[in-house]
Design a protein. Structure first.
Length: 216
């Protein structure tokens, strides 16, 4: 109820090209169980009230064989960061699979290597994260504007946990974007006060679109 309005901007912008995407690389933070490296689940699918989304087992196996990830169900069992994105994707896309990964304390370059290994013209990258947490509204706006400028400069070495709970996943995406000379566009920036009304303690949200350079 708090982040949905901002998040919807990201998914609305892919609607015109929804038929392009058959797979989603979905990355985000682990809130409940610490992750060393990057963890994939062993589950065959993720279920929501809109139906079940199959996991791309072949992509998971390939990443595991390459040493880029490990399969670990423990952090996935209680986690919501990836699942909250699924209803948006189910509303916009047609048939698709997911590569759901929880990113722990790793170098941005390692996450970028995973992205480079999975992303192709039929794969959409979705990064799940909030921005600042539990600051007052004015302080949060200042902090989140600074974070937004860092994101938009693709500066993958500066974001930390005070800026975004999913900073490791986000830094990895920014690293991949810088490598690939991707373009970035801000779609929305706000916080929970817009729906929650509490100006004394808010959570920040942002939405951006990353677009790979067109191949000639």
């Amino acid at each position: 109820m708090y982040s949905g309005g901002v998040a919807a901007n990201s998914f609305a912008c892919i609607a015109p090209s929804a038929k392009t995407f058959a797979r989603v690389l979905l990355i985000g933070p682990a809130h409940y169980v610490a992750v060393r490296g990057v963890a994939a689940p062993s589950a065959r699918g993720f279920a929501t009230p809109l139906g079940e989304v199959p996991v791309d087992d072949a992509a998971i196996s390939s990443l595991e064989e390459s040493g880029l990830i490990a399969v670990d169900d423990e952090p996935h069992a209680p986690e919501h960061a990836l699942e909250v994105e699924l209803p948006f994707l189910q509303a916009v896309l047609e048939d698709f699979t997911i590569v759901p990964l929880l990113v722990g304390s790793v170098r941005p370059e390692q996450v970028a290597d995973i992205i480079d290994a999975v992303i192709d013209e039929q794969t959409l990258l979705v990064v799940s994260t909030d921005l600042s947490h539990y600051l007052d509204d004015a302080t949060a706006q200042t902090r989140d504007q600074a974070t937004a400028r860092t994101i938009e400069s693709l500066d993958f070495g500066r974001l930390g946990p005070q800026d975004a709970c999913g900073f490791s996943a986000l830094n990895g995406a920014l690293c991949a974007a810088r490598r690939g000379d991707w373009k970035i566009e801000r779609l929305a920036l706000g916080n929970s006060s817009a729906t929650g009304g509490d100006l004394g303690s808010v959570v920040g949200y942002g939405a951006w679109a990353l677009c790979a350079a067109q191949r000639s």
